[in-house]
Each structure stands twice: as structure tokens, then as C-alpha cells.
Design a protein. Structure first.
Length: 275
């Protein structure tokens, strides 16, 4: 990846993280940890990979994106705002009465949101349906979905993946956000779905494993996914919960806790230092 592109993507990722912090702090609630862990992936998807048009959010030819782990909505909202779907300043209305930016993505009211999500396991099923629709209608758009590692404990996730492979949905790319933590603690101590690679391969997926915070690896993975024919691709993205803020990283308490004023100021200072 050339230096100019890398600089832009890192900048957008940092701005996405600032937007996440702005939202959850203003709401005094939300899910910063799992939002921060996907910020680099979101930056690449919306600023390098996907075909989208903020001026025409329902453009039929756009690539589709489903945030199956819908509680990470602050990351999606910050990304959409940076892309120009709505003002960045509106992120501070997160979870407020009369705001379009509620706790989970809402396709009816938020420009750029392709699927309402929140009930874990259902988003990936919708994404599979979108990919199948493209095949049936002979359309060339691609569908991308991010699934949480804790979410992957849901049986519905694996039913959807089996269906995708059965129908050779090579226009589908599923990212597993593997940060190792869920609301109740380490996933290894609860219902451990790892290791992913063997399971996903046996379900009929082309599997790629990456560092979720290395943009060269991210780019190579998405390029490889687009080149694969005859089967869907899964990217196992090894990530850090709370990535970018020292006191949030790898701390399960930040799954669903908002920073207080002092913590917010420290977190913002750390992210701005990256800019």
C-alpha cells in the first residue's frame, strides 16, 4: 500500500474512533470496546473497498454492508458520518430521544444503513440474503458483513454460513471480529467458537486470517476475497477490544460502558496524538 493511501486510512480510522468516543460519551451509554476494534476495518471498507454514494444512499448498484454485531453501531455511525451520509456533529445525539442514531442500526431512518440489526445472529442471515439476491438478479454488487466473535456462539450464524456456501456466494465477504472478549468475559471461558479457520473451511468458506489493525493485511485480504470464485470468503480479523485507547484495550468492562468526562478527555487526547 502506498504511503498516501495508508496515511488517509489511518486518519479516517482515528476520526472514526473519535466519533465513537463522542457518541458514547454524549449518550453516557453504548458499546465502545467492540466499536473501536473494528474501526480500521470500517475505514478500509468505506474509504478503499466498497462502492457507495452518500448522495444516493439507496443506489441500486451500491455494495451492501451489514453490521451483524449491531451493538457496535457507534463505529458504523462514525464511518457513515465521515463518508458524508450525515453530519459528523450529529454523532453526539447518539441514543437521544428524537435522534435517528439509536443504540442499534436502523435502516428506516439512518442514511447508509442497509440492514437493521441488534438481535445477534440475524444480521449475517440478512447479508446472505442480499448476496443471494444479487446472484438471482444478476447484479454485480458485493455484500460485506461483520460478525462478532461472541455473536458467533449463536447457532443461526452457522446456519447462515452453511447456506452461503451451499449457494456458492462468492460475492459475500464475512469478517469475524475476533477480539476474544464478550459482555460476560473472555469467549474462551464461555462458549468458545475458536479456532475459526478449520470450522469455516469445513463449512465451505475460503478463509483468510489477518491482524485487524494492519492495513496492508486488510487490503491483501479484501483483494484476495474479490478474486475468489465459487465460494464465499471469511476473514478472521484478530483485533484488540478498545483499540487505540490505552485504558480500554483488552478490558472487558469497556464492552458496554461509557467513559466519564476525565476518561473521555484522556481517550480523545490519545486518539488525537495518533492524528
Amino acid at each position: 500500500m502506498d504511503s498516501a493511501k495508508l496515511t488517509q486510512l489511518k486518519h479516517e480510522a482515528a476520526m472514526i474512533r473519535l466519533g465513537i468516543l463522542d457518541g458514547v460519551h454524549a449518550a453516557a451509554s453504548g458499546h465502545p470496546g467492540g466499536s473501536m476494534s473494528i474501526a480500521d476495518i470500517m475505514s478500509y471498507l468505506y474509504f478503499a473497498e466498497m462502492k457507495v454514494d452518500p448522495a444516493n444512499p439507496k443506489w441500486d448498484g451500491r455494495d451492501r454492508f451489514v453490521l451483524s454485531k449491531g451493538h457496535a453501531a457507534p463505529a458504523l455511525y462514525a464511518t457513515l458520518a465521515r463518508k458524508g451520509f450525515f453530519p459528523f456533529e450529529s454523532l453526539t445525539t447518539l441514543r437521544h430521544v428524537d435522534s435517528i442514531l439509536q443504540g442499534h442500526p436502523d435502516m428506516k431512518h439512518i442514511p447508509g444503513v442497509d440492514m437493521t440489526t441488534g438481535s445477534l445472529g440475524q444480521g449475517i442471515s440478512a447479508a446472505v440474503g442480499m448476496a443471494l439476491a444479487a446472484k438471482v438478479d444478476h447484479k454485480d454488487y458485493r455484500t460485506y458483513a461483520i460478525v462478532g466473535d461472541g455473536e458467533s456462539e449463536e447457532g443461526q450464524v452457522w446456519e447462515a454460513l452453511m447456506f452461503a456456501a451451499r449457494h456458492d456466494l462468492d460475492n459475500l465477504c464475512v469478517v469475524i471480529d475476533y477480539n476474544g472478549l464478550q459482555i460476560d468475559g473472555p469467549i474462551a471461558d464461555i462458549v468458545n467458537p475458536a479456532p475459526y479457520e478449520g470450522k469455516l473451511s469445513s463449512f465451505g468458506f475460503h478463509v483468510i486470517t489477518i491482524d485487524a489493525h494492519d492495513f496492508d493485511q486488510i487490503e491483501n485480504a479484501f483483494n484476495e476475497a474479490r478474486a475468489v470464485k465459487g465460494k464465499p470468503t471469511a476473514i478472521v480479523a484478530n483485533s484488540v477490544k478498545g483499540k487505540g485507547v490505552s485504558f480500554m484495550e483488552n478490558q472487558v468492562k469497556w464492552h458496554g460502558s461509557a467513559p466519564n468526562d476525565a476518561q473521555y478527555e484522556q481517550a480523545v487526547a490519545e486518539i488525537k496524538a495518533q492524528l
